[in-house]
Design a protein around this ligand. Structure first.
Ligand SMILES: *Cc1c(COP(=O)(O)O)cnc(C)c1O
Length: 385
């Protein structure tokens, strides 16, 4: 089965991991800050806090942005559940904003309309989590302008988008947001097995997120509330978590990072090749705006049963039968039983729901060969013709 995504591990990666395994520190050593600095530098952000996953990073970011019980976090239904769950961890209410019919990213028009109503009803969000779907940056300048106007915080879920850029500005620079989160899960652009990171230009926010990642404990003399009693002394200032990334993982990340540009270029090359070779098939392809350089994490097409003459289900099963590990990104978050139990219903976010019914993710990863890609294309062609 050709998977929809796959990590790429080199001998250099293995050597880097092995070196840490025989060093003094497996965790809380120098490899984590080194990886944080390397990612912050690559993205043009001032601070970075590594975490055990993007989900953990989203959680500490929400806490750092002072999302409190009863507050509201807005995100899109067309994402992984973690984009919304991070708000629930803080006791916040979730609200969703529907997606754009062409980019499948958050619709800025829908956001604007929703904000007008929310202001009238006194239910404005504290935090908005835009998701760079498939690696294409969202319209962050417009979102940032709305954040200034309505006074909410912007937390970019860039789990798909390390290596992407908008108007030459790398995703992660936080030029148009308070913080940005990356995921290093193996299907994402670079990997640390499990792992994530949150970037920001706000020193105070970075410090708090670092505190919350490690039990809320500090030894920093500048932050101690009582007298330092000796070299053993630390203080727990807040109820934090153990969300630390290990040095082993960070070493893998630092070893992968220099290949980021190459990986994203290769993903773009393969995506353009899909665009060309699928051009005549009755499926909808993604619109990527000219100002965006996508990280091409996912290659998603939409199979509309009427237009294609076959349902997504039929196409999906036939692709899997032919050895192509297609997937679906995403079943809308608000239709998950957990969110339905909170009151969300089918019909509330029609674009996301239609996307969820039609989306079909084709294999895309740097080591996918042209021959494998041809196999995917031939299979889809046979099924649709
Ligand atoms: C993968 C992903 C996450 C979660 O990442 P983990 O590192 O697995 O916690 C969150 N949001 C989106 C959009 C993702 O794709």
């Amino acid at each position: 089965m050709i998977p929809y995504g796959r990590q790429h591990i080199t001998q250099t990666d293995i050597d880097a991991v092995r070196a840490v395994l025989t060093s003094d520190f497996l965790t809380q050593g120098p490899a984590v800050p080194a990886f944080e600095t390397a990612v912050a530098t690559a993205c043009g952000a001032q601070h970075a806090v590594a975490a055990s996953s993007a989900t953990a990073a989203l959680h500490v970011a929400c806490l750092g942005l002072e999302l409190k019980p009863g507050d509201r976090l807005w995100t899109v239904p067309n994402s992984f559940v973690a984009s919304a769950n991070c708000g629930r961890y803080c006791g916040a209410e979730i609200e969703f904003v529907d997606i754009d019919a062409l980019t499948w990213n958050i619709s800025v028009t829908a956001l604007q309309e929703k904000l007008i109503h929310a202001k009238q009803n006194g239910v404005l969000p504290t935090v908005l989590v835009p998701v760079h779907f498939g690696g294409q940056p969202t319209d962050q300048e417009a979102i940032w302008a709305l954040a200034q106007e309505y006074g909410f915080k912007v937390l970019e879920d860039a789990s798909h988008a390390i290596g992407a850029a908008r108007k030459g500005e790398p995703v992660g620079s936080c030029r148009w947001s308070h913080a940005t989160v990356f995921s290093f899960h193996p299907v994402k652009i670079i990997t640390t097995c499990e792992g994530g990171m949150v970037l920001t230009n706000d020193a105070e926010l970075a410090w708090r997120m670092g505190l919350l990642r490690s039990h809320g404990i500090t030894r920093d003399p500048a932050h101690l509330l009582n007298t330092d009693e000796g070299a053993w002394y630390y203080e727990q200032l807040e109820l934090g978590f153990n969300y630390r990334m290990t040095d082993v993982q960070a070493a893998l990340g630092s070893s992968q990072l220099p290949r980021l540009k190459e990986y994203v270029e290769q993903r773009n090359r393969l995506a353009r090749r899909y665009d060309e070779l699928l051009g005549d098939l009755p499926v909808q392809r993604l619109l990527v705006h000219a100002e965006n350089y996508s990280a091409c994490h996912l290659y998603v097409v939409r199979v509309n049963a009427q237009r294609a003459g076959k349902s997504r289900r039929v196409v999906f099963d036939a692709m899997r039968q032919r050895g192509v590990g297609v997937n679906v990104h995403y079943m809308p978050i608000h239709l998950q039983p957990y969110y339905q139990q909170l009151g969300f219903r089918r019909g509330m976010f029609p674009e996301s729901e239609q996307h969820g019914e039609e989306a079909l993710t084709l294999p895309l990863y740097p080591q996918l060969t042209d021959a494998q890609q041809d196999q995917v294309i031939t299979a889809l062609r046979q099924i649709l013709q």
